[in-house]
Design a protein around this ligand. Structure first.
Ligand SMILES: NC(=O)c1ccc[n+]([C@@H]2O[C@H](COP(=O)([O-])OP(=O)(O)OC[C@H]3O[C@@H](n4cnc5c(N)ncnc54)[C@H](O)[C@@H]3O)[C@@H](O)[C@H]2O)c1
Length: 262
């Protein structure tokens, strides 16, 4: 899809990766709807783009809030061509059984249900129009899980799964889907996680990527209709180890009549 003059709706547009995506889209001549639960932060990010951007408040966990935001976006720019489901929250590092139920529920509500709600709000319009693109922000934690980050990882593995399923469902209608898997990137979330010691020291030591580079990778993925967007390839060896273990577990079927891996 060519991006010039297209309209993007970006959740979590109040800073960090959402703001980086906004900057990269503006470089392509797009119009922007920056939606965030923190309206002041979204307004601050929208300001430099003048009439080419609006800021609005949204709570991605609420379908009613999505409906109101969509109406404002359509009133302003007439349509939404690119939806970026990017809003997300982190969790304090805790063994899964010690994550309080309300923390687990909130992480799933924002990171997983929030993405589902965005899809419910915009996918059918794109399908009917026969054009559009949905970008979901997962995380490297949506491909790799490690101890004490289980709730966040679960919420992000779900984003990976939804993205792959949607890709199949929307491709016949000329609607693309991409999923972004960031590693450590500069944002309020990552800086707070580092300050509280919730990011492992060896990961923090790698430094923080500037979010505009992730934004440019996202723009490139939309233009080339590319599903996976890997901004931090340093995790390739760990991913290879995980996939090798899964493949190595493919021996004889548990019930012989159901075949082998060969
Ligand atoms: N920064 C990183 O290192 C990193 C790494 C991997 C994945 N991610 C993911 O990137 C995305 C963006 O995060 P970020 O790092 O830029 O952090 P951030 O905190 O700067 O941005 C997240 C934004 O989401 C907004 N938000 C939170 N709850 C919301 C809700 N219910 N409705 C609407 N908006 C809400 C926040 O106000 C905030 O502006 C998240 O999905 C996060 O999980 C970030």
């Amino acid at each position: 899809m060519k991006l010039s003059d297209k309209v993007a709706f970006i959740t979590g547009g109040g800073g960090g990766i959402g703001a980086g995506i906004a900057q990269a889209f503006a470089e392509k001549g797009m119009k922007l709807v920056l939606a965030d639960i923190n309206l002041a932060h979204a307004e601050e990010q929208a300001k430099p783009f003048g009439d080419n951007a609006i800021a609005l408040q949204i709570d991605v966990t609420s379908l009613e809030s999505w409906a109101v935001a969509k109406a404002v976006a359509y009133e302003t720019f007439g349509r939404v061509d690119v939806l970026c489901n990017n809003a997300g929250i982190s969790q304090p590092r805790q063994p899964l059984d010690q994550v309080p139920p309300d923390t687990f529920a909130k992480v799933m509500a924002v990171n997983t249900t929030g993405v589902y709600n965005g899809v419910v709000t915009f996918a059918d319009d794109m399908r009917q129009r026969g054009s559009g693109h949905i970008v979901n922000t997962a995380s490297m934690n949506g491909l790799l899980a490690f101890g004490t980050f289980g709730a966040y990882s679960a919420s992000k593995f779900a984003v990976t799964a939804m993205s792959e399923a949607l890709r199949d469902e929307l491709a016949p209608y000329n609607v693309g889907v991409s999923v972004l898997f960031p590693g450590l990137t500069r944002s309020r979330m990552s800086e707070a996680d580092i300050a509280s010691g919730d990011i492992p020291e060896e990961v923090a030591a790698q430094g923080l990527t500037d979010p505009v580079y992730l934004g440019r990778a996202v723009a490139n993925a939309i233009e080339n209709n590319q599903l996976y967007v890997i901004s931090h390839p340093v995790y390739k060896a760990v991913l290879e180890k995980r996939y090798a273990e899964i493949l190595a577990a493919h021996g004889q079927s548990a019930q012989e009549a159901f075949g082998t891996s060969d």
